[in-house]
Design a protein around this ligand. Sequence first.
Ligand code: ADP
Ligand code: ASP
Ligand code: MG
Length: 415
Amino acid sequence: MALIIQKFGGTSMGSIEKIRRVAAKVIKEKLNRNDVVVVVSAMGGETSKLLDLASKMGGCRNDMETDLIISSGEQVSSGLLSLALKSEGYDAIPLLGHQVKITTDEFYGKARISSIDVKNIYRMIKQGKIVIIAGFQGINSGGFITTLGRGGSDTTAVAAAAAINADRCDIYTDVDGVYTADPSIVSDAKRLDVVYFDEMIEMSSLGAKVLQIRSVEFAMKYKVNLFVKSTFLESKGTQIKFLGDEEDMEELQVSSVACDKDEAKISIRGIPDKPGIAAKIFSKISDINIVVDMIIQNISVEGHTDLTFTVSKKDLQKAIEIASDIARDLNAKDVISDDKIAKISVIGVGMRNHHGTASMMFESLAKESINIMMISTSEIKISCVIEAKYAELATRVLHDVFNLGETDNKRDECK
Ligand code: ADP
Ligand code: ASP
Ligand code: MG
């Protein structure tokens, strides 16, 4: 008998019919004599609709009313799944974030989980109930509802798995695992049996939304036994695991390509090139909880330089306002922005042992006349900012160049 977390995303909870199929997946696990805690997202598309409603009434992403509104999608879906399970004769109980007691920090719209009270969950399990937790939501110290950022139910699931010490955390979605690239962009993308945590962190932060980045960080920190599986197909899925000493680091130079169209870039031009300026700019931006991703600074010409950085599109307006204030303070020339960009990345732990990945990537983009605007690298990834209109083309070209569609991946089978 095992204790299992099953998480079903919006793509799995899209209709009454789909929710019945989700119920069947849960029942299957029960019939295997396992205890099950289910985490659900809102029905597909619902959170975006609610966000749109809030914004029409003047709400923005990080105010308390917006979180109250957008958290309601998960209230509906957890209730519906509970009804579906009860109609099949199973005892289920839906719990909202505050009923479990999932506490978070104060940041509406992108709150972080600080603790999960496991008492209620254990008590219900002991009573033989299937516990259904509404994902994506918690409460802050004032008792107000917070949400965890788009895709945040993944994080609820992994955090709950860590808190209750689950034997497994299965993230069910509309694809049957983690692929070498987004299968909706690259038709010959391949499912990977295994993805290493280091890679998954990069993939999630570089646009592969199949797992929310914070869920991967959580799973890594608390050593959660994490899988991505399909709600609709019988498939082995993908195991996310730690890279052990026994792994073959020579295997694949690049194991996946990711693409992110969610960023925009801002340039502050003609800034005096003096010590302390970058610190001043980026501390003001981080003060309002905006995460800056890539940064480049041009060579100084006559004591002045340009600084370009990227932020999430949803933070663009605020970041421009701050950048414009700073530009005025510093007597800089101007501030310009561009939201028609994409970040294309190649990722793989094998890169540590191979040379030439960057040149292969740059040459392939050049062959397609795709201009590279910014570059950033780490030991296991290379990212380039390009024009948004080339995002899909670049994804396919790089997937081809690194033979991701053709290679049989040699990684371990899922246990
Ligand atoms: P859910 O509603 O289940 O949370 P998401 O839409 O958040 O599902 O995530 C699943 C989607 O992630 C897939 O439909 C797929 O298009 C996309 N995706 C992007 N990159 C990848 C990848 N490398 N492997 C698998 N899916 C990916
Ligand atoms: N419903 C939320 C969203 O659409 C959370 C999630 O799906 O994980 O972002
Ligand atoms: Mg998701």
